[in-house]
Design a protein around this ligand. Sequence first.
Ligand code: CAA
Length: 289
Amino acid sequence: MRKIAVIGAGQMGTGIAQTIAAHGMHVMLTDIDLATAEAGKGKIEKAVTKLVGRGKIEADAAEALLAKVTPIGEYAPMAEADLIIEAATEKEPIKQAIFESAGKVLAPTAIMASNTSSIPITRMANHSPDPERFIGLHFFNPVPVMGLIEVIPGLATAKDTTDRVTAFAEGLGKEVVLSQDEPGFVVNRILLPMINEAVFVLGQSTAGIEDIDKGARLGLNHPMGPLQLADFVGLDTCLDIINVLYRTTRDTKYRPAPLLVKYVEAGWLGRKTGRGFYDYSGDAPTPTR
Ligand code: CAA
């Protein structure tokens, strides 16, 4: 694959675009308008400038990487893409509208992929022009650092589509886990119940925020505790995913922790809003409870 398009210039979309460009492919980056797409490229520039400053990459490699990222304000140029990756917010109606609009310009042999964390691929494929060329391609945050991509074929996905996106994912230097199209796939099916349970533990005052995170960091050797990780992922995204698990399986073991719902209702969504289980306004994060 030579040319890729990424729809969604947020945390995930920019990380995906950065990783693709770092592996020598051209990437078009789009969002609700050109200004948002350009701001997304700005985030990539900030990330690679940091890497140059830390001696991780050379300045001319950073320049070459940035030259491969083209912000676009409309879908028409995506007709040239071999692969379109949707990385918009985890709301199904928004994703459906994207598949329908981007589907109008999808080239005859190109593939459309969704970076959804949990929404069924088979169901979303019906909003794309060709379910045989539709697949889940789930990246992990921070994308340039994390070594895994989940590949999730839907019921109608052709084997050739799975083979091509697997080769693409491996070409990004990632390992692939192939998952059936079941709620939460493999990783989030395991991760989200853990995060949700940590919020129950907090809500029941079994321990405070720092001790819960310390428990997972030191007792389980996790790089981040579950509440830190929830802030990192975004509490709204965590709630969206646990709700998908709950609603699709109707299994009460996935019911969202009431405190998670409250934080989201308060607009305390984690790092991106400056406050979640931790407050990020100072030099170092401080627990909010
Ligand atoms: N581009 C390239 N490299 C980057 C980067 C970027 N944007 N951001 C960070 N890095 C590199 C740094 O240069 C550094 O490299 P070296 O080790 O070679 O020095 C490395 O990543 C670590 O970065 P930091 O030193 O800044 O930070 P850290 O050591 O505290 O690690 C972390 C940060 C990698 C995020 C680590 O805390 C971690 O692994 N946390 C868990 C992350 C996780 O679980 N992610 C999955 C979330 S779930 C998900 O994404 C799926 C979903 O659907 C919800």
